[in-house]
Ligand binder design. Structure first.
Ligand code: GDP
Length: 179
């Protein structure tokens, strides 16, 4: 019979880049336009990817900065990582490499299943973009991660984030395929 496929995904990045908004949009299809700093939350959702059903735990973290020590809960037993920056914040983009390095150093491996997400693209007409698409793509290529730009507010590429993440996870674990 079919084996239940459980996957744990951690969402990391600077504070207020829109991690919670992205996760809540995906889980509840709801966008709340009020800011409150997140406490950590774990959401469960079944995701169909390539015709396979995955029971996913999505950990929405409170956010990191350069001084944050990586929480073992955000590294051990995690199958895939979603690293979020805002296209309107250069500093949040720089934080991606820092968080990425902390994860690979902690885990003692040289690459992780990962999606790099440039969020809040709906804001770019009104506020100037601080990170262009090519920079995002280049970073993703360097660290062998997937990359996508999103808007939780406009519902752009929200589900794709988690599908890409499952893709990265499955790519690196041959033998976990259902056939
Ligand atoms: P977190 O700290 O990374 O979890 O960020 P939040 O999800 O709490 O979002 C921080 C702020 O950015 C909130 O005021 C959100 O409403 C806003 N925000 C999040 N995603 C988007 C988006 O896609 N577009 C716009 N315009 N604002 C967003």
């Amino acid at each position: 019979g079919d084996v239940l496929k459980k996957r744990k995904i951690a969402v990391l990045g600077s504070r207020s880049v829109g991690k919670s908004s992205l996760v809540i949009k995906f889980i509840e299809d709801n966008f709340v336009d009020s800011y409150y700093p997140t406490i950590e939350n774990t959401f469960s959702k079944s995701i169909n990817y390539n015709g396979v059903e995955y029971e996913c735990d999505i950990i929405d973290t409170a956010g990191q900065d350069e001084y944050t020590i990586l929480n073992s809960k955000h590294a051990i037993g995690i199958h895939g990582f979603v690293l979020v920056y805002s296209v309107t914040s250069r500093k949040s983009f720089e934080m991606i490499q820092i968080v990425y390095d902390k994860i690979i150093n902690y885990c003692g491996i040289n690459s992780i299943p990962c999606v790099i997400v440039g969020s809040k693209i709906d804001l770019q007409p009104s506020r100037s973009r601080q990170v262009n698409s090519n920079e995002g793509k280049e970073l993703a290529t360097q660290v062998h991660a997937a990359w996508v730009e999103t808007s939780a507010k406009a519902n752009t590429n929200v589900a794709q984030v988690f599908e890409l993440c499952l893709g990265e996870i499955e790519k690196r674990s041959p033998g976990s395929k259902s056939e």
